[in-house]
Write a protein that binds this ligand. Structure first.
Ligand SMILES: NC(=O)c1ccc[n+]([C@@H]2O[C@H](COP(=O)([O-])OP(=O)(O)OC[C@H]3O[C@@H](n4cnc5c(N)ncnc54)[C@H](O)[C@@H]3O)[C@@H](O)[C@H]2O)c1
Ligand SMILES: [Zn+2]
Length: 368
């Protein structure tokens, strides 16, 4: 990963380089449409612009810009949020690309949150066995997480993200202006992944959030750009070291072992970031029970997440359901139950098959 230094109006560029794949840039700034042609590449003629209803006006604006620049835009509206990540929606997009004679040198552009980047990325990965995709993430979560790293996918009736492909983007443009219309609850949920990046790899993120947690809860806050850039750098460094699932990429799962179980038990009515928030407190308490992490770091998780309006407790009567869900989580390998834990801030490691006593002791710390 390399980062170009930038002033407040100059875009910041983070380069993602992973072995075996072309490198690409994640650009952060305001008003980045002029950057798009370079990412589309010289061969592009048709541009399929995949977006949900919430981004319709912005998609119409981009359609005009693209047409004025000589491209042939094809605007494809998809269902909102998780409903987009459905085989029937992907199949409709494949037909639309087919009817438009979309070729290998044409490009898919996604404009939306992680659901849109996952769906659009999957369609790009599968159309003609792979065409270019450029992501224009519009949620905090999609900017710092979903749009980077090349994971794409859709859901099936049996579970989330069960079908997908690794398909790194040709580029990612994070226009910070798009965060202004995001509902506050979605913004705060995305902050959980920013906090995660802080605990696993960049303590300056924690200091920035703690210096003004009320400001941090809104994209108008004083440190938004630096927080987004730092969280992107963490994700980019991790996926640059290791694109596929093995090895260091697993540290991005901090807080996610219990977090995914909470989402499942709640039948996905909880926001992802809220579940990960409780999951991080749990992982910290578990590391402390295992004698690996100082209690003051557990307390720092609680105070920061609470100040950001993220939850740190969950129902005390759900341990059996959660532990069953954790054992079937696809991210646990074989029969072992794996947690990413901290030995200290910025130093994550793996805890495999913790002693049952530690698991329940840590649960007592998040139970209410
Ligand atoms: N591929 C990956 O590596 C990866 C990583 C993390 C999460 N994900 C996936 O990301 C998805 C969640 O992403 P998300 O939290 O961005 O949710 P989302 O895509 O569902 O977006 C949240 C809501 O905000 C709306 N929205 C998006 N941008 C907006 C804007 N600028 N203004 C107003 N409304 C806007 C959306 O229409 C939606 O209703 C999940 O499906 C998850 O599996 C993927
Ligand atoms: Zn996550």
């Amino acid at each position: 990963v390399s980062t170009a230094e930038a002033g407040p109006d100059t875009p910041t560029r983070v380069t993602v380089t992973s072995a075996g794949d072309p490198q690409y840039q994640v650009v952060v700034g305001t008003g980045l449409d002029a950057e798009l042609p370079v990412m589309l590449g010289e061969q592009a003629v048709r541009v399929a612009l995949v977006h949900p209803a919430a981004l319709r006006a912005r998609a119409a604006e981009l359609e005009m810009t693209l047409a004025a620049a000589g491209y042939r835009p094809l605007v494809l509206e998809v269902p909102d949020a998780e409903a987009a990540k459905d085989l029937a929606v992907a199949a409709r997009l494949w037909s639309q690309l087919g009817q438009d004679s979309f070729t290998r040198s044409d490009v898919v552009v996604t404009l939306g949150g992680g659901a849109t980047t996952d769906l659009g990325g999957f369609v790009a990965a599968t159309w003609l066995r792979g065409v270019r995709v450029v992501h224009l993430p519009t949620t905090l979560l999609a900017m710092v997480d979903a749009a980077i790293g090349g994971k794409t996918g859709i859901d099936t009736a049996e579970g989330k993200n069960l079908v997908g492909a690794f398909h790194p983007p040709a580029g990612v443009l994070c226009d910070l202006r798009s965060l202004a219309s995001l509902p506050q609850a979605d913004y705060v949920s995305g902050l959980a992944e920013v906090v995660k990046a802080g605990f696993i790899a960049d303590p300056v993120i924690l200091d920035l959030l703690e210096s003004d947690p009320v400001g941090a809860r809104s994209p108008a806050g004083p440190h938004t750009r630096e927080l987004v850039e730092r969280a992107i750098q963490v994700k980019a460094r991790v996926v640059s070291a290791d694109l596929r699932e093995a090895g260091v990429r697993e540290i991005l799962n901090y807080g996610h072992t219990l977090g995914h179980a909470i989402e499942k038990v709640e039948q996905y009515r909880w926001r992802h970031g809220a579940a990960v928030s409780v999951g991080m407190v749990y992982a910290a308490a578990l590391a402390s029970a295992a004698g690996r992490l100082d209690e003051t770091v557990v307390a720092r998780h609680r105070s920061l997440l609470t100040a950001l309006d993220l939850p740190i407790t969950y129902r005390g009567d759900r341990w059996e359901a959660l532990s069953a869900a954790m054992r079937v989580d696809k991210k646990t390998r074989g029969d072992s139950l794996r947690f990413i834990v901290l030995d200290r801030i910025g130093h994550p490691g793996v805890l495999s098959d913790p002693e049952p006593g530690w698991l329940t002791q840590a649960y007592a710390e998040v139970a209410r």
